[in-house]
Design a protein around this ligand. Structure first.
Ligand code: AVJ
Length: 319
């Protein structure tokens, strides 16, 4: 029998053009000149992000993968097999592969904003794991999305790797975790978080020698040209990434190299030389800080796994 065709469970237009246009116009028009990093992830941005994950300087992916694969059996013992596994921002679904053999979920629901990328990886995963039910959900997990009904007897477990939680402000992180705690009640959340460390290590991770992170950041403008008909001169901006120690976060900006005008959505924006468009925050955490945040959100923190150098952490929280 041929396998049933893979269908997207929910096809909401989330990385919607209207949202991108509005948010980019707002960012250009007035301070704080900031836009959500979710707009990085069109097909090209998702490809560039996958390349970032392979960079020698970008330790988070490699370290988290090592933590997950070395502790997969232990993680499965803590969580228990047969859950209904929901991944927030699944991308290429590569990390969940490290857990599937031990965790043996009944079903896997990867949610991602880049639906094209998601469909391809979900189909691949289903081929590799006959018997695993994979239902991709195209959507923005930071806003409202709809999941198929829960499976009777299968606790819902969230998987949120990659320190994507670091993209949220502390208030947004709390709000996200509160929502997750409600949605995962009776199950829990397994999530990865990057840790505070030597700023030089952080700086290198976001300023790689090959310039892939710069290309990833600048792709936001190229995407606006492609999708919104904007006329950004991409070469007239430079990639800036630095550690803001007071805030405990890496910040990425796109800085205007000169005074310039940009047309976008029927409006014209004048950008001064040095104007910095704030495209991403990537917060770094302490183990204690994370546990406090989890408790505040209504979770009961369980086990934590880290690497020997304490670069990265994986947390299991019961809801
Ligand atoms: C996907 C948010 C975890 O903050 O490290 C990588 C994104 N930005 N390089 C991160 C990112 C620049 C990444 N997260």
């Amino acid at each position: 029998l041929a396998p049933a065709p893979l269908r997207t469970a929910v096809d909401v237009e989330t990385a919607d053009e209207a949202g991108f246009l509005q948010d980019l116009q707002r960012a250009l028009a007035a301070p704080p000149h900031s836009i959500s990093p979710k707009y990085f992830y069109d097909a090209e941005g998702s490809r560039l992000f996958d390349r970032i994950c392979e960079l020698p300087e970008y330790y988070p992916t490699r370290t988290e993968r090592a933590i997950l694969s070395e502790n997969a059996a232990d993680i499965a013992r803590e969580i228990g097999t047969g859950c209904d596994l929901v991944e927030f921002g699944a991308g290429s679904c590569s990390k969940v592969r490290l857990l599937l053999g031990d965790l043996r979920p009944r079903r896997y629901l990867p949610i991602d904003i880049s639906s094209e990328h998601l469909e391809v990886s979900a189909a691949e995963l289903e081929r590799e794991h006959p018997g695993l039910l994979v239902l991709p959900v195209a959507g923005d997990y930071t806003s409202t999305f709809h999941l198929p009904p829960a499976l009777a007897g299968a606790p819902r477990v969230g998987f949120f790797p990659g320190s994507t939680i670091g993209n949220f402000t502390p208030a947004e992180a709390l709000q996200f975790l509160r929502g997750a705690a409600r949605m995962l009640s009776g199950g829990g959340l397994l999530f990865g978080a990057d840790l505070v460390k030597d700023p030089a290590v952080l700086h290198a991770a976001y300023n790689d020698a090959q310039g892939v992170t710069a290309a990833f950041n600048l792709n936001l403008l190229a995407r606006a040209n492609r999708e919104l008909g904007a006329d950004f001169d991409v070469d007239a901006f430079w990639h800036s990434a630095f550690y803001n120690a007071a805030a405990g976060r890496i910040e990425m900006h796109l800085v205007s190299r000169r005074h310039q005008r940009v047309a976008l959505g029927g409006e014209c924006y004048e950008l001064d030389e040095g104007l910095a468009l704030h495209t991403e925050n990537s917060y770094k955490f302490t183990l204690d800080g994370l546990r406090r945040l989890a408790v505040q959100a209504g979770f009961r923190p369980q086990a934590v796994w880290t690497d020997p150098d304490r670069l990265f952490s994986v947390h299991w929280l019961r809801a």
